[in-house]
Ligand binder design. Structure first.
Ligand SMILES: *Cc1c(COP(=O)(O)O)cnc(C)c1O
Length: 418
């Protein structure tokens, strides 16, 4: 990806996203606040588009990584389709201007209602994850007088060598149909009257920094494609899921090209359209979480900086012990000290960063970097904390794309006993 986000301003070193100062964003919209860059989103998408030029391909952005309508709309306008995992995400994708014919529907627990909604919308493909799901889909399609386009999500049993919570392509994971059962289930699918077998897919995990497991998975899938063709089941597309990682911490990240090249090599000369479902790689670096220091509590063994963002806003540190760089919006001259960056929530796990060397005073603004993916979309209202505002920068303009919630909204659906 191009220049890191945010950038220091040329005049005084204060951090900016595109041409907008983060301090101005905080003044206008308050903190905590997610700030995204339209240019960074587009640049990340363009890396894939460029790498796939001349190839029959469709990018289906994984909506769960960041599902804000404005984010989806920016990507849809540039040709992206969507990978959805719920009826709610289907509605979002359509509300954001997504083309239903570019939508794939993944997930192990699709309900009959969700299937019906996606069939009526006319999506590209259902990534079916079990034999009973296939039966249900056939039934739902029959009741609507429709034919459901289907690809099986196959579990290729390759080790993505990532965090166990985000590894999905091992035998022990709940996702996809087992590799050795796939042929049988395809044969059954081919015999169902309301299902049209059109593809095959996999998704082996998230935040992969070594792209070789993707090629390993593709090899296994291609073996199946050939065996299926020998039985007269000819597939039109192959969906390799998402999972390409980003560098959260100084280390290198594989280029999109180095990820795509081994895949395209293997697919050359085959009449298979390639589908990809990148999530994190498209939005992760395009967003920061802006927060303000509320209190400083220097202590005997540790110094705590209590900020106004918390694990309900950004769960990744608490959930995966994930690292996010944390930088001051306006750097100070003073000598840095070691700080625990923590939120106001009543949990010891409520931290955003451990042992960060920073020169801080109360009221300072901090930017938590690479927070565009699995940030807002995994946020909660724990401790009855209204969710953060979201702002999209476009050149020298800042647009509010989700206003901050109010506490009243958080209990508006509840009622007292009579
Ligand atoms: C989560 C998910 C993705 C996106 O994963 P990233 O690591 O964000 O690229 C793609 N496809 C499926 C089926 C997923 O569950």
């Amino acid at each position: 990806m191009s220049a890191p986000l945010p950038m220091p301003s040329a005049e005084d070193g204060e951090l900016c996203v595109e041409a907008v100062r983060l301090a101005d964003v905080a003044r206008r919209f308050g903190t905590p606040c997610y700030v995204y860059s339209r240019a960074a989103l587009e640049a990340a998408l363009d890396e894939f588009t460029t790498g796939l030029s001349g190839v029959e391909a469709q990018l289906c952005y994984a909506v769960k990584a960041n599902s804000n309508l404005a984010v989806l709309n920016v990507l849809a306008r540039r040709g992206a389709g969507f990978d959805i995992v719920s009826g709610g995400e289907l509605k979002r994708a359509l509300a954001a201007g997504g083309d239903p014919r570019k939508i794939v529907f993944s997930g192990v627990g699709k309900s009959a209602d969700e299937m019906a909604a996606a069939l009526s919308a006319g999506i590209l493909c259902f990534n079916v994850e079990s034999a009973p799901e296939l039966e249900r889909l056939d039934g739902v399609a029959a009741s609507l007088g429709a034919r459901a386009p289907v690809g099986l999500r196959v579990n290729p049993d390759v080790d993505a060598r990532t965090h166990p919570y985000i590894s999905t392509g091992l035998k022990k994971n709940k996702f996809g149909v087992a590799y050795r059962d796939a042929l049988d289930i395809y044969r059954r699918a081919a015999g169902l009257p309301n299902v049209e077998v059109c593809g095959i897919g996999c998704h082996i995990g998230s935040q992969l920094l070594d792209p070789s497991p993707f090629a390993e998975a593709l090899d296994k899938l291609l073996l199946l494609v050939d065996r299926l063709a020998a039985c007269g089941i000819v597939l039109r597309h192959i969906d390799l899921g998402g999972g390409l990682g980003i560098a959260y911490r100084n280390g290198a990240e594989p280029s999109v090209q180095s990820y795509l090249d081994p895949l395209l090599d293997r697919l050359r000369g085959r009449a298979l359209k390639i589908l990809l479902e990148p999530g994190r790689r498209l939005v992760g670096k395009a967003g920061v979480l802006l927060t303000r220091v509320e209190y400083l509590k220097p202590g005997e063994t540790r110094n705590f900086a209590i900020v106004d963002a918390a694990m309900n806003d950004l769960a990744r540190p608490a959930l995966y012990d994930a690292w996010h760089d944390i930088v001051p919006v306006r750097p100070r001259e003073e000598a840095p000290r070691r700080w625990e960056i923590v939120g106001p929530i009543c949990e010891t796990g409520d931290f955003l960063g451990h042992e960060r060397m920073l020169a801080l005073l109360p009221g300072d603004l901090l930017a938590i970097l690479s927070a565009g993916a699995y940030g807002m979309s995994m946020s909660s209202n724990y401790n009855t904390r209204p969710r953060a505002a979201e702002v999209m920068i476009d050149g020298d303009e800042a647009h509010l794309i989700r206003r901050r919630e109010t506490a009243e909204e958080l209990y508006a659906l509840e009622s007292l006993l009579p």
